[in-house]
Design a protein. Structure first.
Length: 494
């Protein structure tokens, strides 16, 4: 049987079927094997779809053979195939790490539930990326969000319950805004198919219901993406969730929400509607700069490394929004490539912090003093990823910021270049706090030598650290695919 024509739907069905299987079997080892196999299969499918798009153009799959726009369409283009690879690759690396990391963070009898929720979250994120139906995006958004709330709450730390509750409240508000926006678009166009909706919206641009839909979708997805100042759920969720959850969610959830925002802006509403007729560029620019400087400043004063790098994530989302605000193909390329590069970098950081937590019992600055000598490999990995957050040449983060600088120079906005450099200096300060504690402070008095880090935690982390360096040198995939996707989106917008 030839499964190639069915790859778009298999992308979602494989992890979705893995979830109930783990509940039925309830055995920790079986649950891990099933979800790991599903994630690796998803990665293989995503790569196959990417090459299929490169060879043949957009891939359209009609669910139940109902042709769009009458039926639900799964639609894979350059951007969605790029994000599918990102999400499934991160899942494929985090899952082997999770088997060792959750041992000390989640009660053993709940391990199978963790894998169930992980599979559901993965299916939801992949579904949001691959579907071409507006209401389907909302459904998959809720699937991934509900699974994430549970995964955060599974941590043995009692503070995780409050973090999950805060995330639930904010996430529910965001989802409500999204579904209101989708409802308004459906009332105006009579369709939920994104491609068909874009065509029907063309003569309706500038009408109040369409502008209201744009506003609701922008706010709702900005909450999900943790755009400043709608990021209040993120620091606690990242800090108190199990390490594997922090790594996976930090690398994927906000990135997929930003992908959906780009999809609505450039595919559905169209770039002229969003940027030419409304002051969206100015608004997004202000929010981006507020996030870049505000969150970085707060990060400097954190004493727990998970919270420090959680606030750093809000600042890095600001760079992606800055790319969008520039309203050019180069700016959009910068946003898309930073979406990928930051996911790889931040996933590596949270995995390494989880490895340190398993050994030291926490990652407060007081606990990690002197680990540069006792745990050199993990410390060096965090430093390398910190350099990527700063934007040092030879790391993935440099590529993102370099393209951002090019986009600002294209528009003659030298002051934005200055602000990008200034915000990077703040990143130096909060990364230096780790360097100072790990390499220049003496270990706590009377502290026992820390145990060896488990290779099951270090090896998967090393994969993402290596990727952070590799994608800072070879940009043929990351920047090449991002540039091509940005060109396609701007072509659709015009």
């Amino acid at each position: 049987m030839n499964l190639t024509p069915h790859l778009p739907v298999l992308q979602v069905v494989v992890p979705l079927l893995a979830a109930p299987l783990t509940v039925l079997l309830r055995r920790r080892a079986y649950a891990f094997a099933i979800v790991l196999g599903a994630s690796w299969a998803s990665l293989a499918i995503a790569i196959a779809l990417y090459f299929q798009v490169q060879a043949n153009g957009v891939v359209s799959y009609a669910i139940g053979n109902w042709p769009p726009p009458w039926g639900i369409e799964y639609r894979v283009d350059g951007l969605s195939s790029y994000v599918l690879i990102l999400v499934s690759a991160i899942a494929s690396v985090v899952l082997p790490y999770s088997r060792a990391s959750i041992a000390a963070e989640i009660e053993p009898q709940q391990h199978y539930l963790f894998y169930t929720m992980f599979a559901l979250c993965l299916a939801g994120l992949l579904g949001m990326t691959v579907t071409g139906d507006a209401f389907n995006i909302f459904v998959f958004l809720e699937i991934s969000s509900l699974a994430t709330y549970v995964m955060v709450a599974l941590a043995s730390d009692r503070r995780a319950l409050l973090a999950a509750y805060q995330y639930l409240i904010m996430g529910t508000i965001g989802a409500t805004f999204v579904v209101i926006g989708v409802g308004l678009l459906y009332l105006m166009t009579g369709t939920l198919n994104l491609a068909d909706m874009a065509q029907r919206l063309a003569p309706l641009r500038g009408t109040r219901p369409v502008l209201a839909a744009l506003a609701f979708l922008t706010v709702g997805l900005s909450i999900k993406a943790a755009v400043f100042p709608l990021h209040q759920w993120l620091p606690n969720a990242y800090a108190y969730a199990p390490s594997a959850v922090s790594a996976f969610v930090a690398a994927t959830a906000t990135k997929v929400a930003l992908y959906v925002l780009m999809r609505y802006y450039f595919t559905v509403f169209g770039e002229p509607q969003v940027f030419a007729r409304l002051p969206m560029q100015q608004m997004l620019l202000v929010l981006a700069l507020a996030g870049m400087f505000g969150a970085s400043t707060v990060a400097i004063f954190q004493t727990d490394l998970k919270r420090l790098f959680a606030y750093s994530s809000v600042a890095q989302v600001g760079y992606i929004i800055l790319g969008l605000s520039l309203g050019s193909a180069t700016g959009l390329s910068a946003a898309i490539v930073h979406l990928f590069n930051h996911a790889v970098t931040k996933g590596a950081i949270f995995m390494l912090l989880g490895a340190l937590t398993a050994t030291l019992g926490g990652v407060g600055l007081a606990r990690i003093r002197g680990i540069g000598r006792s745990m050199p490999w993990a410390s060096m990995g965090i430093v390398i990823c910190g350099l990527s957050l700063i934007g040092v040449p030879g790391t993935a983060g440099f590529i993102s910021k370099w393209v951002l600088v090019q986009a600002a120079l294209e528009r003659g906005q030298w002051w934005i270049v200055f602000l990008i450099v200034a915000s990077s200096l703040l990143a130096i300060v909060y990364v230096w706090r780790f360097v100072e504690a790990a390499y220049f402070d003496a270990p706590p008095a009377g502290a026992k030598p820390p145990a060896m880090l488990r290779w099951q935690l270090v090896a998967p982390s090393a994969v993402l650290v290596a990727a952070t360096v590799y994608f800072g040198i070879d940009t043929s995939f990351t920047l090449g695919a991002a540039t091509a996707a940005a060109g396609q989106l701007f072509g659709a917008g015009h």
